[in-house]
Design a protein around this ligand. Structure first.
Ligand SMILES: C[S@@+](CC[C@H](N)C(=O)[O-])C[C@H]1O[C@@H](n2cnc3c(N)ncnc32)[C@H](O)[C@@H]1O
Length: 203
């Protein structure tokens, strides 16, 4: 049977990350400049490269050296030129001091995949305070028509608080400037991953 395009890998409805990817896939174009705010193992970084190259650029952030190394290796092994991406071992909350100022309000998207590095010891998870700083910066730095996507894991340690704070903040975004959607399973007792999508009104 043919797999539906809007499906998770098991054939069910899209996961939080898959929702993010589907919306990004639909809107990103070669030449766009984007940010992967949480590099991890670089799967999302490679996904972003495939949307914006040739001609675009992918910036990436992670606080862990191993994540920056793994993501960089993944891109090079996939044939992405080193000049097409810039990875920082730094928190996403430092975005305004790491990115060229000319990119302010020019980014086509900022993608967040919160929580911990898969396969790691789960010691290094995103922290609510720095996540909130970075999210507020991201909505400022995307261009009109740009997207901020966030996969959040309320079932992870610290993730429940992060999910609540994101929901409180997202609900306060001015509806004249942003459209905000929240995609999540609602009939499971465990706390499944959730996707937030923020679209900056404009072209
Ligand atoms: C769920 S993983 C990301 C998965 C990744 N996008 C992938 O495709 O494999 C979350 C990552 O966020 C990183 N992280 C934690 N705090 C951070 C911060 N302040 N800024 C950037 N990354 C951070 C962790 O080190 C971890 O690698």
């Amino acid at each position: 049977m043919m797999m539906p395009r809007l499906a998770s890998s098991s054939g069910g409805l899209p996961s939080a990350v898959r929702w993010s990817q589907l919306l990004l896939e639909d809107r990103l174009r070669p030449g766009d400049v984007v940010v992967d705010a949480t590099l991890g193992n670089g799967h999302d970084t490679l996904f972003l490269c495939r949307q914006v190259l040739p001609g675009g650029h992918v910036y990436g952030f992670d606080v862990q050296a191993a994540a920056v190394e793994n993501a960089g290796r993944r891109l090079l092994e996939a044939g992405v030129a080193a000049s097409d991406f810039s990875l920082f071992q730094a928190g996403h909350e430092t975005m305004p001091i790491r990115l060229p100022g000319a990119l302010r309000e020019r980014l086509a998207a900022v993608m967040f995949n919160l929580g911990y590095l898969p396969g790691s010891d789960k010691q290094c998870i995103t922290q609510t305070e720095t996540t909130m700083v970075a999210l507020k910066q991201a909505v400022e730095w995307v261009r009109p028509g740009g997207l901020v996507t966030v996969a959040v894991y309320p079932g992870h340690e610290g993730g429940a608080e992060e999910a609540v704070r994101i929901a409180e903040w997202a609900g306060t975004l001015d509806a004249r400037a942003f459209e905000v959607q929240h995609l999540r399973p609602v009939n499971r007792t465990a706390a499944p991953p959730e996707c937030w999508v923020i679209w900056k009104r404009g072209n």
